[in-house]
Every structure is written in C-alpha cells, then in structure tokens.
Ligand binder design. Structure first.
Ligand code: SF4
Length: 217
C-alpha cells in the first residue's frame, strides 16, 4: 500500500490533502436524535459529483487502510518534504483516535508545513485531548466545523468554521471566505491556516448546498 495525496483546484499551488470517503468516515455528520445528517453535511460537496467516481473513491478507500501500517507516518513526512501548506481531509474525517495520534506525529515532524485540520470529531469526548494537542502545535490549526448552514457557531471554540447562505449573512466575528470571488480558488488567502482567525464563514456553494440553504430560508 502507499499514501495517496490529492491536490484540489481550490487550494494554493503545492498544497496537498490526505482524504477519506465522506460520510463513511464522518461519525460527526449524523444527528443521532433527529436520526439524519446534520444540515452542513446534507449539502456537502464531497457527497456528490466527481467524488463518486471510482478513480476518486479508490484512493480514499486505500488511505482508510493504509494509515494503519507502521511506515505510514514516515511516508507522509517524506511526501511533505517540499510543502509549505497541507490540508487534512478535503473529504472525510478523522474517525479514529489512533489516526489522530499518527497525524499529530506527522505534524510534529514537519515543522516547515502549516497544517489545517478541519473536523467534527470534537463532538466525541475521547478525541478532545488529541485535538487539543494538535491545536497546540505552532504549525497546526484544528478548525471545528459547525453543523449550521446559517452561520451559527459555538463561541467557546478557539477556531471554527461555518456555512452561511450568502456573504450578506455574515455575522460579527465571522471572517468570510472569498474564494468564490476568485473562480473558487484560495489564491493568496491563507485564513484557514491562521490560528488568529477564529471563525471562517463559507458562503454556500455547489448546487446541493445552495438548494438546501434556499429551503432553510
Ligand atoms: S478562507 Fe481563504 S484559505 Fe480558506 S478556503 Fe477560503 S480562500 Fe481558501
């Protein structure tokens, strides 16, 4: 087995991502009381379109097994030798504490790389220690994802993100993502990697999410 690093067109040049299959590895996407996906995950881009193609699903399925082998962290560190930025989980989530511990090792061994770690695993108490330790690393930010599609967020989070219907729905304290003013690209923006930026608000994009926010309006 070998690692599969993806490069999405949105991210800055040279920024890789290590991803898993959406929903299958996202226990935080499900509201066990309502017995349905949380709003933010109902319209998630990684459930639709290209993400269902076999050539996209296959490397994610491979990554799900691959991280368990002993040389995985060494290979990840080697793959990041020339990187400055890394985004964990373009799709999927860190469903295992053992995986989070391995990611922490990779982050510690790559001080030249800024790591952005978005997640919903903060909902589960057993992840809290390891997520807090990752977020204490100078070169990493754990960005807790809100379930909301109307900009709600837990104000206690040091760093988080939420979805808003449009730019005009940004609330005080939100830092808006303007990728969609740049043909869906980050360009020079590095806000998601910046610990000083408390809450990123992503205006809804993609057909499914826009339909969802319109229904909620
Ligand atoms: S806030 Fe900036 S870094 Fe984050 S996704 Fe949007 S453009 Fe990219």
């Amino acid at each position: 087995m070998s690692i599969h690093i993806s490069n999405t067109s949105k991210m800055p040049k040279g920024c890789g991502s290590w991803s898993l299959q959406a929903i299958d590895t996202c226990p935080g996407s499900f509201d066990s009381i309502k017995r349905e996906l949380v709003d933010a995950c109902k319209g998630c881009y990684a459930r639709f379109g290209n993400y269902n193609y076999p050539n996209v699903k296959k490397p994610r399925a491979s990554n799900r097994e691959d991280w368990k082998r002993s040389g995985w962290a060494d290979d990840m560190v080697a793959a990041m030798e020339k990187s400055e930025l890394f985004r964990w989980f373009d799709s999927g989530d860190c469903y295992s504490v053992a995986l989070a511990i391995k990611i922490l090792e990779v982050i510690k061994r790559t001080p030249h790389v800024q790591h952005w770690f978005p997640t919903r695993m903060h909902k589960f108490p057993k992840f809290r220690d390891v997520l807090a330790t990752i977020n204490r690393q100078k070169n990493a930010v754990v960005r807790r994802s809100s379930d909301s599609i109307t900009g709600e967020i837990d104000g206690r989070w040091s760093n988080g993100s939420t979805i808003i219907p449009t730019v005009d729905h940004a609330k005080p304290g939100h830092t808006v993502c303007h990728a969609y003013d740049r043909q869906g690209k980050c360009g020079e923006c590095r806000q998601c990697w910046d610990k000083k930026v408390k809450t990123i608000a992503y205006p809804a994009h993609g057909r499914s999410m826009i339909k969802l926010v319109n229904l909620a309006a």
